[in-house]
Design a protein around this ligand. Structure first.
Ligand code: NAG
Ligand code: NAG
Ligand code: NAG
Ligand code: NAG
Ligand code: NAG
Ligand code: NAG
Ligand code: NAG
Ligand code: NAG
Length: 415
């Protein structure tokens, strides 16, 4: 197949592309309709149940960094599914990407990116993985450059500059030009050497097809009060509660030189729960839910069937339950009906500031900040109004009956 190539071209190509060049031409899409697919939930969400026809990109999660720069690990996400994932995606005309890193898999980015030698080796490792599985794109999900994430990540003040150097090198390779390269990011632009958000990330925009800004985990068990997991806006909140939202994040990245039309909003199909006493949950002796009530910090509620009462994290540290409730879990748990609306007896408040809903179960004293069709429609409208590049759901399997997906799709500029 390569016989027409001159030997000199061959030597140029071979180091980075192994044998063939399987990458399909990059699809030109007006907007990205995407979701992450988590291999570890395949038992409940088999590949055949993904709404392939409603996406143009699906991102397999995760390939984890390992101490060896030449190895990425698919342990934990069921590696045996990856070939079938790619086959199914391609059969539906959907681009198949893989996400590298994630909360549990970002330990070694910093050391892998620190030297030119390691960057070259790591770029080859990623390209090898893409080649082997015939993937169309890579999504780097470093949580987080220049900032500690899970607790045992390698961190260096030069992380952001080293990250850029890796992406530039990756993009300069023969294969790297053909694939879609994206990065999942925190609300604020990557930190500079002083630990502050970078004021200029325009060089990243030259080498990335898009960023997906994570508008989730903004508040949780670590927050002083119950707050929105995924606020669309926070400018209407009390100043002390203005710590980030989709609106402030997009504004910050844009101000630092990242184009709106390469910015994708990453949205959660899950919410976070808190123990709230009825005296705090309700306002003014009514049955109206109070905004941002205090909660019991000594007790972590168990979330839905995908939560775990105790688990050991990637740092080897034992963790209590996370308290996450996926939209599907809220339905399965009888808190929401088949229509995605709270069942009778469950109290509900739509926070007009963050544009997100809350529900409260007085019997269990659990309050949940989550996303529903209304909040997803508002996020979609925001995407449309600002001319963003689209959305990506964390995660495909968290939805129920495509209620969230249909809502965001109907308002964000898809037909
Ligand atoms: C994946 O898990 C297997 C079995 O536990 C182990 O032998 C292997 O070393 C792991 N691979 C990586 C890259 O961590
Ligand atoms: C290369 O990466 C490995 C693994 O992350 C790390 O141990 C080593 O120190 C790195 N080398 C340099 C020169 O940064
Ligand atoms: C950061 O990069 C500068 C310039 O390349 C270098 O002098 C310095 O040693 C690096 N710092 C660390 C902690 O690696
Ligand atoms: C949300 O969390 C942040 C800290 O991450 C905190 O400053 C803020 O007050 C929280 N919001 C509420 C309503 O507690
Ligand atoms: C994206 O926006 C930039 C300005 O930020 C503009 O130069 C470019 O033409 C736009 N691209 C598309 C495809 O609309
Ligand atoms: C409770 O009463 C105060 C004072 O009248 C009012 O400002 C607030 O909006 C009320 N809260 C709710 C949730 O009705
Ligand atoms: C919960 O976590 C433990 C320890 O990490 C693990 O062995 C177990 O399989 C997990 N259970 C579920 C349901 O994920
Ligand atoms: C919520 O805000 C919108 C405009 O942002 C307004 O039209 C609507 O009346 C508000 N709803 C409530 C219940 O305050």
């Amino acid at each position: 197949m390569l016989s027409f190539l001159t030997p000199s071209l061959l030597t140029l190509l071979l180091p980075l592309t192994a044998s063939a060049l399987p990458f399909r031409p990059r699809a030109v899409e007006d907007k990205i309709a995407a979701a992450f697919y988590t291999g570890w939930h395949a038992g409940d969400v088999p590949l055949t149940s993904v709404s392939w026809d409603k996406y143009n990109t699906v991102i397999y999660s995760f390939a984890l960094t390992t101490p060896d720069v030449r190895t990425l690990s698919l342990n934990g996400s069921d590696a045996s599914l990856l070939p079938e994932f790619v086959t199914q995606a391609h059969a539906h005309g959907v681009s198949a990407h893989i996400s590298v890193g994630g909360w549990s898999g970002s330990k070694y980015f910093s050391s892998h990116f620190q030297s030119a030698e390691n960057r070259t080796a790591f770029a080859n490792t990623v390209l090898g993985l893409l080649n082997e599985y015939e993937l169309d794109g890579v999504n780097f999900d470093w949580e987080f450059p220049g900032v500690q994430g899970i607790g045992c990540n390698v961190v260096n003040p030069n992380d952001t500059a080293n990250y850029l150097a890796l992406l530039q090198e990756f993009r300069a390779t023969v294969s790297g030009k053909k694939i879609t390269v994206s990065a999942t990011t925190p609300l604020l632009p990557f930190r500079n050497t002083n630990g502050q958000p970078s004021s200029d990330v325009s060089e990243f925009a030259k080498v990335l097809d898009f960023i997906s800004i994570m508008d989730y985990d903004v508040n949780g068990s670590w927050s002083p009060r119950v707050g929105p997991n995924s606020p669309l806006d926070d400018s209407c909140a009390e100043t002390s509660y203005q710590l980030g939202s989709a609106a402030s994040a997009v504004k910050a990245w844009h101000a630092a030189g990242f184009p709106l039309n390469k910015t994708v909003l990453a949205v959660p199909s899950y919410g976070r729960s808190y123990y709230v006493a009825p005296s705090d949950a309700f306002a003014n002796n009514t049955k109206d839910l109070a905004p941002y009530p205090p909660f019991n910090k000594n007790k972590c509620p168990l979330g839905d069937g995908w939560d775990n009462s105790t688990s050991v994290d990637a740092c080897g540290v034992s963790q209590p339950s996370g308290g996450s409730w996926n939209f599907r879990g809220l339905v399965a748990g009888g808190l929401l009906g088949d229509d995605g609306k709270p069942v009778q007896g469950i109290y509900y408040r739509y926070d007009n500031c963050s544009k997100t809903p809350y529900l409260y179960n007085e019997n269990t004293q659990v309050m949940i900040s989550y996303d529903d069709a209304e909040s997803y429609a508002a996020k979609g409208q925001f995407i449309e109004e600002l001319g963003l590049y689209g959305f990506v759901l964390w995660e495909a399997g968290g939805d129920y009956d495509d209620i969230l997906l249909s809502a965001i799709q109907s308002t964000s500029g898809f037909n």
